[in-house]
Design a binder for this molecule. Structure first.
Ligand SMILES: Cc1cc2nc3c(=O)[nH]c(=O)nc-3n(C[C@H](O)[C@H](O)[C@H](O)COP(=O)(O)OP(=O)(O)OC[C@H]3O[C@@H](n4cnc5c(N)ncnc54)[C@H](O)[C@@H]3O)c2cc1C
Length: 382
């Protein structure tokens, strides 16, 4: 989860020169992560002929969407665009999980630990909570301690509880979206895609790993961290991939309820921006480090953790949750952040081809927005 505070670009809010598709148009979406999967489903539901292609499958372990869980929260400081997008995403997550009979959104709430009286990342979102009638609860340090004795509150000035957020089952959601996509008439292919040549401002085809080609009116590349490698001239400097780590610690044998009942938490002011997802019992007490890691190759990069990063995370967890001081490490995950220069998503046309669209730059905060972003992209294109 990335805690960047950034202003949305005007170009993002009013995308220009994008193709306008009729109901009979055909689209190939490359990448079945949170962005591509939901966008393919949205375009399909608008009546288009959609083929979705992924090299290793929806929610695969190399992808950014491939971890167990992702935080869903509306809080974005003064950035109303993402607050609103998340409110719509929450509605769509709930609608779709009901439609599919699957539990994907866990409404645990999100607890924001604030070290200072003023914490702009949270405070500046408060007006939007009023607008949407989604009020947060202010907890003094003492109230926090009484309510959640598992937390060391000594250095916390206050906390806010957003009771509308929580976490999403990440890789499972990508698979559910893909299942729905196929069930509703979409075509899914598992293959690595290589872009074709651009002639007279148009890409004629894309190539699959078996040497065959596929044609469509429009090609939407939602390839996460791979976008910079697939389009080096256009995107290598715009989408950078960094190595990010999350850890799953084992809670004491008689206390799984004690820790599982905590909301998702975010340590807003700490230097490494730690956050955690406690309620996913079978995997352990998850802690994530938002500090940007080293540059990373999403295909070949080694997925073992960096001992220094783990040591810092362990020191933090011992401090914030003293009962977990000697908690064993059960699992670790390395997932790539696909960072855009300013943390905003990228939804743009290829500069030389009118029928190639880039969708990416999730920048460590894109997962939750998947359904609303897919819907918005569909509305813009159709
Ligand atoms: C550690 C970590 C924590 C995060 N925490 C949160 C959080 O708490 N909340 C939140 O909302 N977001 C969070 N994010 C961000 C979020 O996970 C990403 O923004 C989101 O998953 C990006 O989705 P995507 O579809 O763009 O990319 P991906 O999920 O990476 O999907 C891209 C897909 O494209 C496929 N692909 C690539 N190249 C090709 C090719 N040539 N041919 C065919 N297929 C190809 C890949 O196999 C992959 O499946 C986090 C990210 C990380 C890494």
């Amino acid at each position: 989860m990335s805690l960047n505070t950034f202003a949305p670009r005007a170009s993002f809010l009013q995308p220009k020169d994008l193709p306008q598709l009729s109901k009979n148009a055909s689209v190939i979406v490359i990448g079945a992560g949170a962005f591509g999967g939901w966008t393919a489903l949205s375009l399909l539901r608008k009546g288009l002929h959609v083929t979705l292609i992924d090299a290793w499958g929806p929610g695969n372990s190399r992808s950014s969407s491939g971890d167990e869980t992702r935080v869903i929260r509306s809080t974005y400081g003064a950035n109303e665009f993402y607050f609103d997008l998340n409110v719509r995403a929450l509605q769509l997550w709930k609608e779709n999980e009901k439609r599919w009979g699957k539990k994907l959104f866990l409404n645990t709430g999100v607890l924001w630990f604030c070290y200072e009286e003023k914490t702009p990342l949270v405070d500046d979102s408060i007006p939007f909570t009023a607008k949407h009638s989604m009020p947060y609860t202010y907890l003094t340090s003492d109230e926090l301690k009484r309510r959640f004795p598992q937390i060391n509150t000594n250095d916390i000035h206050h906390a806010y509880l957003d009771s509308y957020g929580g976490y999403l089952k990440a890789r499972e959601s990508c698979q559910a979206v893909n299942e729905a996509f196929i069930k509703e008439g979409g075509k899914y292919i598992q293959s690595f895609v290589t872009p074709g040549k651009i002639q007279s401002g148009i890409q004629q085809e894309v190539f699959l790993s078996d040497g065959s080609s596929r044609q469509a009116d429009v090609y939407l590349f939602a390839c996460g961290s791979w976008l910079g490698q697939l389009f080096p001239e256009e995107l290598a400097n715009k989408i950078t991939c960094t190595k990010q780590e999350v850890y799953y610690f084992g809670v004491p044998k008689d206390q799984s309820r004690v820790y599982d009942s905590l909301p998702v938490w975010v340590d807003v002011d700490g230097s490494d921006f730690y956050y955690g997802i406690p309620g996913n019992t079978e995997r352990g007490f998850k802690i994530g480090v938002d500090r940007r890691g080293e540059n990373f190759d999403p295909t070949h990069g080694d997925r073992t953790y960096n001992p220094d990063v783990l040591a810092h995370a362990r020191a933090f967890i011992s401090h914030r949750f003293p009962g977990l001081k000697n908690a064993p490490l059960l699992e670790s995950r390395v997932c790539p952040y696909e960072n855009s220069p300013d943390g905003n998503f990228i939804f743009e046309k290829h500069p030389d081809a009118g029928n190639i669209i880039f969708l990416g730059g999730g920048s460590g905060h894109g997962f939750k927005h998947g359904p609303a972003l897919g819907e918005w992209v569909g509305d813009v294109l159709v």
